[in-house]
Ligand binder design. Structure first.
Ligand code: GAF
Length: 380
């Protein structure tokens, strides 16, 4: 990626006062558990977004992105949900969340550049919100803790953008460490860095960006969340986190319909799979994580109903080419598949996906390997 400060100079004709970077993420396991107060295990990607920012003294925020045309401008004065056009929505949400919580924010020019594939469910939006919170606060000489930035960025998406996401993506963006997976308890917000030394294990993490258009994402996501909250209410618990895998059978009997039972079955079994995965990683038994990934996929496909044909095709293709396990990652309805594979099977798995996609008449997928990378930080 070329120098973000130089790009800022070219865009705005002056030097930036600061530059921040925020990565994309993939979630190893623990999907649709975050808003159920459960567990997740994401890593940060090497692909990242940079935000170069320069102060303005007129209360305006001007945003340029090298991935999208045009300059988008909004005023700090009267900033409110619904008042900003799409081109600067996430940046405005981040600024709004800071203002709403009583922090000082000034006008700024902001240049965004990203190597995170957009529209692939790799959390460009969380990276953008986190980077903007960091930039807007940093220009005022204020450095919120990484966990605080994650919370503000989630608030921006929930209350400004209108996406009722949990806190997994923002936590991964802010708190992930190089070479480790981030074990996240979404109730206590406690985190720990877990061993994820793929090279030492002779393994690779393959990412298949199916490039399937992500359909119905926000409405269907909100519907899943509402149905989990309703199930928790019916079961008399604060959140589905409070239903243990050992009492799942009894809990399911108390639910009124098969669809709700399936949603609960996914969330409860997925939390259990995260805990099992963490135990295996700590014991250095990473290969045994494979079947848990595949079980997670089947659960997301059949019980949570967030998969699509392209994603299922990629999962089955890598498994038939010898992957140890594979699953959809992220919110679903399109997006990416991850697979845990022996390092020497990477090419064969990638080829198997390409062949399967060509046979089914799907567009070309993007296949790459990922190493766990560092969370967001200030570069300049
Ligand atoms: C999306 C959301 F933004 C996350 O909060 C999480 O719920 C995820 O879907 C599913 O695990 O990425």
């Amino acid at each position: 990626m070329t120098d973000p400060a130089q790009q800022f100079r070219e865009a705005f004709g002056r030097s930036p006062d600061g530059v921040w970077a925020a990565p994309g993420r993939i979630n190893l396991i623990g999907e649709h558990t975050d808003y159920n107060d459960g567990f997740a295990l994401p890593i940060a990607l090497p692909q990242r977004l940079t935000a170069a920012a320069g102060r303005r003294d007129d209360g305006l925020v001007r945003v340029r992105s090298l991935q999208f045309p045009g300059v988008h401008e909004f005023s700090l004065e009267g900033l409110a949900p619904g008042s900003v056009p799409d081109g600067a929505l996430y940046q405005a949400g981040a600024v709004w969340a800071l203002l709403k919580e009583g922090h000082q924010v000034g006008g700024m020019d902001l240049l965004v550049n990203s190597t995170i594939p957009t529209g692939s469910g790799l959390s460009t939006s969380a990276a953008l919100c986190c980077a903007t919170v960091l930039a807007a606060a940093g220009l005022q000489g204020f450095e919120p803790s990484p966990a605080e930035v994650a919370r503000l960025a989630q608030r921006a998406e929930n209350d400004f953008v209108g996406m009722p996401c949990g806190i997994m993506d923002q936590s991964a963006v802010m708190l992930a460490e190089r070479g480790r997976a981030l074990f996240l308890d979404c109730r206590s917000l406690e985190t720990s860095g877990e061993p994820f030394d793929l090279a030492a294990w002779g393994l690779s993490l393959l990412v298949v960006d199916t490039r399937a258009p992500r359909r119905l994402v926000e409405g269907a996501y909100a519907e899943r969340r509402a149905s989990c909250e309703e199930a928790a209410r019916l079961l008399g618990v604060a959140a589905l986190r409070d239903v243990g895998a050992d009492t799942l059978g009894a809990a399911l009997e108390r639910l009124p319909d098969e669809r709700t039972r399936a949603r609960v079955r996914h969330v409860v079994s997925e939390n259990d799979r995260v805990l099992q995965t963490v135990e295996l990683l700590r014991a250095g038994r990473a290969r045994e994580v494979g079947p848990l990934l595949t079980a997670s996929h089947r659960s997301l496909r059949d019980d949570y109903e967030v998969s699509v044909a392209e994603v299922d095709t990629a999962v089955e293709a890598v498994l038939s080419a010898g992957a140890l396990g594979a699953r959809i990652t992220g919110g679903g309805f399109g997006g990416c598949v991850i697979a845990l594979v022996d390092a020497e099977r990477v090419d064969a798995c990638g080829e198997a996906v390409r062949v399967a996609f060509a046979e089914r008449g799907f567009g070309s997928p993007e296949v790459f390997t990922a190493l766990p990378s560092q969370g967001a930080r200030r570069l300049l």
